[in-house]
Design a protein around this ligand. Structure first.
Ligand SMILES: [Zn+2]
Length: 268
């Protein structure tokens, strides 16, 4: 047996999900800068304060020793030390709701391994996004921008500048359509050959494009017109549904504390 593959390595991890398992273990979904999303077991986690220091909670940024196994097998978390715990996410229901929602999106969509540079960028994004949720004034616009930025970080960024049908520049056509399955806007001609086109204005696409490139610390100051926000919420909501496919557990709670256009059907 190749034991080299099992030797614990030192790295960092962000806890995406943490559930009790058996008498004293914990199963964790971790985002790790070298590997993307991995599943790991922490043996004796609920007993060993020395090895884990009671630090295996959601949102925690940890320094870890971990024996990583690939190909869907369970990795083994040997030890963890807390680096940062994003305290405001635990005390404010709106920050908590948005934080849980972003983690669930990452947990659902982050790949199990990938190009090292992409995995490191995704990890950096996740820490920055939680930092934004912990520190910035929250608004429905910021929620929508962060959702879009999660997709961007995961490599499923929508096209916002060109028609996804013919590749043409969107020019000056103010009223356009957005085709979710094709991942971007369509000009009038291409829209006429498709079904399920969501109406959108050029100004909304430009605002979203800007929101993807802005520094994280300036995001809280970005403002949308009422029309652009409504369109952006509808468009990002449809995009999320298309890529996730199910209603996320955290979505109903978030919709109650920070609504984005009544996306969740039924009473909340
Ligand atoms: Zn076109």
């Amino acid at each position: 047996m190749n034991r080299a593959g099992r030797r614990p390595e030192k790295t960092h991890a962000l806890v995406l999900r943490s559930v009790e398992f058996g008498e004293s273990d914990r199963i964790l979904h971790l985002l790790v800068p070298e590997y993307g999303r991995i599943t790991a077991i922490a043996k004796g986690a609920r007993r060993s304060v020395k090895r884990f220091g009671g630090t295996l909670d959601l949102f925690n940024h940890l320094r870890v020793q971990i024996a990583v196994k690939r190909g869907g097998a369970m990795s083994r978390l040997e030890a963890a030390q807390l680096v940062h715990h994003f305290a405001p996410l635990r005390h404010d229901p709106v920050r908590f709701g948005l934080g849980c929602y972003l983690l669930e999106l990452l947990d659902r969509l982050a790949p199990d391994g990938g190009a090292a540079r992409d995995m490191r960028r995704l990890y950096r994004f996740a820490l920055d996004a939680l930092g934004t949720v912990a520190a910035q004034p929250l608004s429905p616009a910021l929620r929508t921008i962060l959702e879009l930025r999660v997709f961007d970080a995961l490599g499923v960024r929508p096209e916002l500048r060109r028609c996804v049908g013919c590749g043409d520049d969107l020019g000056r056509e103010a009223a356009l359509g957005f085709h979710v399955a094709d991942g971007g806007p369509v000009c009038r001609g291409c829209a006429s050959r498709r079904t399920g086109v969501v109406p959108v204005h050029l100004g909304t696409l430009r605002a979203l494009d800007q929101a993807l490139t802005l520094d994280a610390e300036r995001l809280g100051r970005l403002s949308f017109s009422a029309q652009a926000l409504e369109e952006a919420q509808r468009l990002v909501g449809r995009f999320q549904r298309f890529h996730v496919g199910v209603e996320l557990q955290s979505e109903r709670f978030l919709e109650r504390v920070l609504p984005a256009g009544g996306r969740v059907a039924g009473p909340v």
